[in-house]
Ligand binder design. Structure first.
Ligand code: COA
Length: 157
């Protein structure tokens, strides 16, 4: 069931970073550092960062780069106690909508091979596996699956 009516998707700013880093550490074995998030925000021209906020608190975030007809999704996470409520779907939906408006035709991302929940989330959102990058991740070393979704030219499709 989707219960995201009380969640707002807003541009992510430096004020969100304390909560971003907390959620990141709770979500990944090899979390991005605060400095990595800061530099993502600094590439403002190509970067895309959105926060999901409920009652003034960050519950999820998405970072992507638009290059320029492709969006590469670099990071997506939802606070553990807010999962399975449709928040990641809302964040992805916003990227797809904004991306289409600026000419994005495909979305790519890497995901750990063992990350079944994320892979299932992406399959449910019309992504397919297209490649394997051997030993792409550290802590622990693991292959990445490259996933891909094509966007229709006509946004009504
Ligand atoms: C992957 C992740 C972002 C999904 O966020 P979420 O807000 O819980 O996802 P949603 O509620 O929008 O899920 C939409 C659908 O995706 C699928 N899905 C999501 N989480 C799933 C899980 N743990 N197991 C199986 N399917 C899952 C389901 O089909 C779900 O619909 P349903 O709840 O009606 O069955 C979240 O689990 C997370 O933050 N994981 C840790 C970080 C991570 O792995 N990020 C991805 C890195 S590439």
């Amino acid at each position: 069931m989707t219960e995201t009516n009380d969640v707002r998707i807003v541009p992510l700013s430096k004020e969100h970073l304390d909560e971003v880093v907390r959620i990141e550490r709770a979500s990944f074995s090899d979390p991005w550092t605060r400095g990595m998030f800061e530099s993502e925000l600094d590439v403002a021209a190509r970067g895309y960062a959105r926060a999901a906020v409920r009652a003034g608190k960050l519950v999820g975030y998405l970072f992507a780069v638009i290059i320029p007809d492709e969006a590469h999704l670099g990071n997506l996470a939802v606070r553990p106690d807010a999962r399975r409520q449709g928040i990641a779907r809302r964040l992805l939906g916003e990227l797809l909508r904004d991306g289409r408006r600026s000419g994005v035709r495909r979305v790519t991302l890497e995901v750990r091979e063992s990350n079944g929940s994320a892979r299932n989330f992406y399959y449910r959102n019309d992504f397919i596996d297209i490649a394997i990058r051997k030993n792409y991740y550290r802590s622990p070393v693991e292959d990445a699956i490259v996933m891909y979704r094509i966007l229709p030219e006509d946004p009504s499709e």
